[in-house]
Ligand binder design. Sequence first.
Ligand SMILES: [Mg+2]
Length: 122
Amino acid sequence: MKAAIIDDSRAMRMIIGRTLKELGFEVIEAANGREGLDCLKNDPEADLVLVDWNMPEMNGLEFVLALRGSQHLCHLPIVVVTSETEASQAERALEAGANEYVTKPFSKEDLVDRLRRLGFPQ
Ligand SMILES: [Mg+2]
């Protein structure tokens, strides 16, 4: 299993990455949506994407729309990570094609719960 963590915060990538690795994921990281798309295009083995909402260059919403519009990557499950003040955005993320969302600050159990709903770990 391989997961892409796309977040402009290095600390947040580390926090999410730690939990994913415990669950047995190999992790790839990107600092914004544009970089994330490039990573995934070069790494067709990814099984899951976790994407931050607020990022420079290409934000979470733009990323979700781009991924869902991509012929080769549109099937990938997406978990959007929003902050509390962006909670209303979660609805938009789901409408755009995200599968699940988790709101910061979240516990390890919150994250594991979202992944379970998507059938991970496989
Ligand atoms: Mg951010």
